[in-house]
Design a protein around this ligand. Structure first.
Ligand SMILES: C[S@@+](CC[C@H](N)C(=O)[O-])C[C@H]1O[C@@H](n2cnc3c(N)ncnc32)[C@H](O)[C@@H]1O
Length: 231
């Protein structure tokens, strides 16, 4: 089956969107949502994932969104079990619909209604994960949610397990592009608790307290990063 986005999904703009993503997500009658940014970045993220070599075991994704990242990685890694999750019901329905469409529903757990700002012990996820994956979420949620993702990785990853973050990040107090700086201002004007997080000043110190060490930083298109931590 193909994941090509059709020219004009039949159900576009058929329902009011909740502001869970800063883009319009077209939708299909079966519940699949289409994220323009995921269409641009899912293959490059999948390639980094493959380079990092997490190809078996259980993965928890937090803030799965449409589910298109999960599909790209699951299809490339047939031995992965993927626990999807999101706060947003339409996003959870989309992940489930995508999994059916792609024929990987037997390896999908959930999607869980997981709020990253709650304690990991309440998430209903067994420890021993190979990886925790979180893309484009911790800049459009309060930092307590970002800290929650990291605490979840500390609590739920097996030794040697990896935490992957994808998105825009600054480095040691400096934005890596003017567009990221502008984006940070616009995020904070929407909600002062949002904002581009800093790898060295925000993420690494909290990760250290959770027993996670920074292993790799991958420069991605459009001034995004993938950062990989290991427990
Ligand atoms: C910008 S979207 C990114 C979706 C997807 N990861 C991607 O990159 O295409 C952010 C997602 O995070 C979810 N989200 C926001 N705050 C959350 C929280 N505290 N816990 C779990 N999910 C959250 C939203 O519902 C939304 O689907």
């Amino acid at each position: 089956m193909t994941t090509q986005r059709p020219d004009k999904p039949p159900n576009s703009a058929a329902r009011e969107k909740k502001p869970v993503a800063l883009e319009n997500r077209d939708d299909m009658a079966d519940g699949r949502l289409f994220s323009p940014s995921a269409a641009r970045n899912r293959e490059v993220i999948r390639d980094v994932w493959l380079k990092e070599g997490v190809t078996s075991g259980r993965v928890l994704e937090i803030g799965s969104g449409t589910g298109e990242h999960a599909m790209a990685i699951m299809k490339a890694c047939p031995d992965l079990e993927w626990i999807a999750s999101d706060l947003d019901p339409a996003s959870r329905a989309s992940v489930a619909a995508w999994a059916q469409y792609e024929g990987v529903e037997d390896r999908l757990v959930g999607p869980l209604a997981l709020d990253a700002s709650t304690p990991p012990g309440s998430w209903g996820v067994e420890p021993g994960l190979s990886a925790l994956y979180c893309a484009n979420m911790i800049h459009i949620s309060p930092w307590v949610a970002g800290r929650g993702v990291i605490a979840g990785a500390g609590a739920l990853l097996k030794p040697g397990g990896r935490l992957f973050f994808y998105g825009p990040f600054s480095r040691d107090g400096v934005h890596i592009s003017q567009s990221n700086a502008d984006f940070d201002v616009s995020l904070k004007s929407r909600d002062p608790s949002w904002g581009v997080r800093d790898l060295e000043r925000d993420v690494v110190p909290v990760a250290g307290t959770a027993g996670l060490e920074l292993k790799a930083v991958h420069q991605m298109p459009a001034n995004n990063l993938v950062m990989v931590f290991e427990k």
